[in-house]
Ligand binder design. Structure first.
Ligand code: SF4
Ligand code: SF4
Length: 99
């Protein structure tokens, strides 16, 4: 009788990117750093630049940082693929996703 071995391996850790800062519009006020309850960000040591995403995989997607930013367009969500809205063309079956 052949002996079989089974192994179980965890998924590889792939760093998340919960939000994307627009350095042209972000003024580095750090309001998003303050409102994030999980401390995903830290202030950028270079004043006036977007915060640094230090703990990306801790994000809850609660929305506070993006919704409370006083500078429109400075930061936007980067939803995980499986959480993005999508629709399918009934005739072709082609899938479209929000970006
Ligand atoms: S993204 Fe908005 S809230 Fe955050 S530092 Fe930039 S301007 Fe301020
Ligand atoms: S969505 Fe919420 S948890 Fe995620 S970085 Fe913004 S404030 Fe923090």
């Amino acid at each position: 009788m052949t002996e079989r071995k089974a192994v179980a391996l965890p998924n590889l850790v792939t760093p998340n990117t919960p939000v994307i800062f627009n350095p042209d519009k972000c003024v580095g006020c750090n309001h998003c750093v303050e409102v994030c309850q999980i401390d995903v960000f830290i202030p950028n040591p270079e004043k006036g630049n977007p915060p640094i995403i230090l703990h990306p995989d801790e994000c809850w997607y609660c929305g506070c940082c993006v919704n409370d930013c006083p500078h429109p367009g400075a930061v936007k969500f980067n939803w995980p693929l499986q959480q993005r809205g999508y629709w399918r063309d009934k005739e072709t079956g082609e899938v479209f996703r929000l970006k």
